[in-house]
Design a protein around this ligand. Sequence first.
Ligand SMILES: [Zn+2]
Ligand SMILES: [Zn+2]
Length: 263
Amino acid sequence: MKRFDYHLHSEYSMDSGESLSNISAKAIREEMEEIAVTDHAELQNPEDLPDFHRRQAELAELNQKYEGSLKLKSGIELGQPHRFPKEAEQILSETAFDFVIASLHELETLGSPANFAFDKTSAPVFFRQYFEELRVIAETADYDVLGHVTLPFRYVPESLSDLHHPMLYRREYEEIFRIVIGRGKGIEVNTSGLRTRLGEPMPGSELLSCYHNLGGRVITVGSDGHSCRSAFLGIETGMETLNRAGFETVTVFTNRIQKQVKL
Ligand SMILES: [Zn+2]
Ligand SMILES: [Zn+2]
């Protein structure tokens, strides 16, 4: 099975210290086919934006060095693009990215799920707002795939996890999937979920089946690794999960043009 990791962070992200050369050396050792480095652009924090110009040059050097054995794609993970459309547009127009993930890491008024006090009363309020903002991103942002669509569920306390399970929000997800599919865009399977209490990729197999049944075929797999230790973790499991959900192919991108590759 050819392995692709389409969600990785390097030292160009504010929350990673890993060099591109270390990540590529590991990719060569693990015989990865192709990797996309998708450093953070958290649009509400312009001071933390990566120097994509410098990264582009470094990626070009590494692609030359590893020609024939590894392809490195230039990606970006845009955080909160619905709230900062002008800033997002400017970043995307300045660099020739291969691949764009749009992610919702923090809600406009309720903040990040990691810092939110989920309880019986507050959790429904959080999720109502989450799906509203995710729907706006799906509808209005410029992206190739939506990132880790079940992210907040990993922060719901055990005592509430039966009441707030991703599949209980199936209707909300199906509405978003229809928008994504209608725009010719996709979602990702983020295997970092396997390393959390969720114990499954984000989203898990049931929601992936829903997406597939609605006609969704644009799908990437990524580890969301922020270090060499976590880079490429769970990629096989992610690809097997896709297979079980009915997918026969996974999507790769060059200059933001999709190509399907057999699983
Ligand atoms: Zn993310
Ligand atoms: Zn990420």
